[in-house]
Design a protein around this ligand. Structure first.
Ligand SMILES: [Zn+2]
Length: 126
């Protein structure tokens, strides 16, 4: 289930990204994002903005982690540590946590190692 789908919140359904449902919510307008199960939540300026495509690519990597790990393992090993880290670290530190890099590597491989991969925002190693 995806939060917000039928509620009066500011969550808007935007469309499908490689089979994953993408939603916007203003709470992610600071550039943060969240993914859980088959849903990705991003800010309102991401979906139509090619310059922010790296955000969807990264979150899709988290989706790939979820499909391999299942809900519980994903929450324990990625979801909760990731939220905690994003609260307590600057982006450049958070982006280099092993589960963040792992998400990038999975997405990078899934998308056939694109030449224009944003290595600064989505690093593939430490
Ligand atoms: Zn992440």
């Amino acid at each position: 289930m995806c939060a917000g789908k039928a509620s009066k919140s500011k969550t808007k359904y935007l469309g499908e990204y490689y089979g994953v449902w993408v939603y916007s919510n203003p709470m992610f307008n600071d550039g943060s994002a969240l993914s859980y199960r088959k849903c990705i939540y991003v800010g309102e300026d991401v979906w139509d903005n090619p310059c922010k495509g790296f955000i969807l690519q990264h979150e899709f990597g988290h989706y790939l982690q979820y499909t391999e790990m299942g809900s519980l393992k994903y929450l324990l090993h990625v979801g909760i540590p990731s939220i905690w880290s994003s609260w307590h670290n600057k982006a450049q530190v958070h982006n280099r946590k092993h589960y963040e890099i792992d998400a990038n590597i999975r997405a990078y491989n899934y998308f056939n190692k694109p030449d224009d991969w944003n290595i600064r925002e989505n690093p593939l190693s430490n």
